[in-house]
Design a binder for this molecule. Structure first.
Ligand code: PLP
Length: 366
């Protein structure tokens, strides 16, 4: 029996479904009669090969990734991909070395800061004027003709802003950092040329980053690009150009199986609408808490909220912890609180959070 577990609202590394942890624990000493753990296997052996190919197939099936796109398992996190994407894309003969960025929060801002090592950057749109409480409307984006690509972050994990529309950039390739929303809703991947996502938010443990890339964009890496980061090498080697993060891929695979059993991404979307609505409705009805983001672009995954009396923050966090509600402290650049509601967060956790918030507010007599 596992000890009683907390409701973990961490933005990442984030909660992992309990059935997955139980299965991993049961298989730790002896994976499927091999008498060793996944962590000790050769990545070239048939056992691990079946694990990685199954994970890739399940991801393709769950996300309905079209056959025009490759799925790559890589390392270095989404942060490495902020350099790896330009190194692989800006050298194409059919584009200029300009990258357009839609700057909507901390993470698109980090991608924007990394890219000038490899190309010229152009801010096509930004919501910095309000500290990222809205999304610049698509018809205001100033795209560069023949840009190498347009970069977006459809869910800003820190600022709690999410695209609820499908960006359309015409002929210019569209690149998205989906770290904190992948697998939370159906997405038409034929609209994206490159998608990348660190696993530790909604897909598994840290150490693994998934890249979904249109196959015909592969093969143009800059000469300075490290071989392990050249998509042509990674794709050709079936994501095993060098030793892959075997344990992380295994756990990711278990999470994908769990997701399939639970009804896939459309079920996750229904649940995330229900969970986030419950929390936003309570916040909006309260006199103590508030969320500054425009309603049409609020994130269903990461809900930042603030106490009108910031001196109560420590008491709030301590009280929440007593009820088994943890990791609610906001990102250091934002302050306040943040509740992340990824797929592994059950509705009971959100219900318990809202009840605590209401009790806390009531006791303080606001
Ligand atoms: C967490 C996060 C990252 C950073 O991921 P690392 O694995 O730490 O590199 C990048 N982008 C988004 C949207 C994130 O949520």
């Amino acid at each position: 029996m596992l000890a009683k577990r907390v409701f973990n609202f961490s933005a990442g590394p984030a909660a992992i479904p309990e059935p997955v942890l139980k299965q991993a624990a049961a298989e730790m000493l002896d994976w499927h009669g091999e008498h060793l753990s996944v962590w000790e296997m050769s990545h070239r052996g048939s056992a691990f090969t079946s694990i990685i190919r199954q994970a890739e197939d399940d991801l393709r099936e769950l996300l309905e990734v079209p056959s025009t796109h490759r799925i790559l398992f890589m390392q270095g996190g989404a942060t490495a991909m902020n350099a790896v994407v330009p190194m692989n894309l800006v050298n194409r003969p059919d584009c200029c070395r300009v990258i357009d960025f839609v700057h909507t929060g901390l993470w698109s801002g980090k991608a924007l800061l990394e890219a000038p090592k490899y190309a010229q950057v152009h801010v096509a749109a930004t919501s910095e004027d309000t500290q990222f409480t809205y999304l610049p409307p698509q018809d205001s984006w100033q795209l560069t003709e023949q840009a190498a690509y347009v970069h977006v972050c459809p869910n800003e994990t820190v600022h709690g802003v999410q695209f609820h529309f499908q960006p359309d950039t015409g002929n210019i390739p569209l690149v998205a950092d989906m770290s904190s929303e992948i697998l939370s809703r159906p997405v038409d991947f034929s609209c994206y040329d490159v998608v990348y996502a660190g696993a530790q938010k909604n897909m598994g443990p840290a150490g693994l980053v998934v890249v979904i890339v249109r196959e015909d964009l592969i093969g143009h890496a800059m000469t300075c690009c490290p071989s392990v980061f050249d998509w042509a090498h990674v794709a050709e080697a079936g994501s095993m150009f060098n030793t892959p993060p075997t344990g992380a891929i295994y756990l990711c695979g278990l999470i994908l199986k769990w997701l399939k059993q639970r009804g896939g991404v459309s079920r996750m979307q229904r649940e995330s609408i229900e969970k986030s609505q419950m929390l936003y409705d309570y916040i909006d009805s309260s006199n103590l808490y508030y969320n500054p983001v425009e309603k049409v672009c609020r994130s269903r995954m990461n809900v930042p909220f603030f106490l009108r009396d910031a001196s109560l923050e420590d008491a709030f966090l301590a009280g929440a912890k007593q009820r088994g509600l943890v990791q609610l402290k906001g990102h250091r650049i934002m302050g306040g609180m943040r509740a992340s509601l990824y797929n592994a967060m059950p509705i009971e956790g959100v219900d318990a959070l809202v009840r605590f918030m209401s009790d806390f507010e009531g006791k303080r007599l606001f």
